[in-house]
Ligand binder design. Structure first.
Ligand code: URA
Length: 196
């Protein structure tokens, strides 16, 4: 029988050998994402950084430790969720992914969402929000304008928008909203009890 794990793994193998855009020329490892193939919560960020490029795994650096700590304080382990990004390869110097690079990578994230079928997608940061939020329609967005107002992507699937963990770690004004959005996403996904 074909399992979700097989399919997520197959997709990951495709991503690891992808040459659809110029980022393939400068990456060390593509980073397909990782986590529970039955996750009800999918976290989507922007693109791998240096440590993720070196290891092939998402959120390995300081922002990853911050994210793990925020999840742990809510009583949720990283293993309970699935973490990926809009772009699977590191842009040189950590620049923002360009529109053609986002477009080249788009079907991987679409397939991940279809395979995982999560109840909640949390777009972390402007790049993920612009890519996923129908209110953005691909245009640049301000996270502050979209967060706190979940939208339905399809029946049984909500999209929430929040700040990128690196921004929440760095800027005190983003931290509490980030934690509160993460908590809400975990509640709506059924990972922890509470009112959304
Ligand atoms: N930022 C991302 O978008 N993904 C990572 O894995 C790390 C930082």
């Amino acid at each position: 029988m074909e399992t979700a794990q097989d399919s997520i793994e197959r997709l990951a193998a495709e991503v690891r050998s992808c040459t659809r855009c110029r980022l393939a020329e400068t990456r060390t490892h593509a980073v397909p994402g990782a986590g529970n193939p039955r996750a009800e919560l999918l976290l989507v960020a922007e693109a791998p950084g240096a440590r993720e490029d070196a290891t092939g795994l998402p959120f390995q650096g300081l922002a990853g430790r911050f994210l793990d700590r925020c999840l742990a304080e809510l009583g949720v382990s990283r293993a309970a969720v699935f973490i990926t990004s809009t772009n699977k390869c590191r842009p040189p110097g950590n620049r923002n992914p360009r529109p053609d690079e986002v477009a080249a990578c788009a079907s991987y994230l679409d397939r991940q969402m279809a395979l995982l079928a999560p109840a909640v997608v949390l777009a972390m940061g402007g790049t993920a929000a612009a890519r996923l939020d129908p209110r953005a329609a691909g245009r640049p967005v301000r996270v502050a304008d979209l967060r706190g107002k979940p939208v339905t992507l399809q029946p049984g699937r909500a999209l929430l928008v929040t700040y990128h963990p690196a921004a929440a770690m760095r800027f005190p004004a983003s931290r509490q909203p980030f934690v509160s959005d993460l908590r809400r996403a975990c509640v709506v996904a059924g990972l922890i009890p509470g009112l959304p």
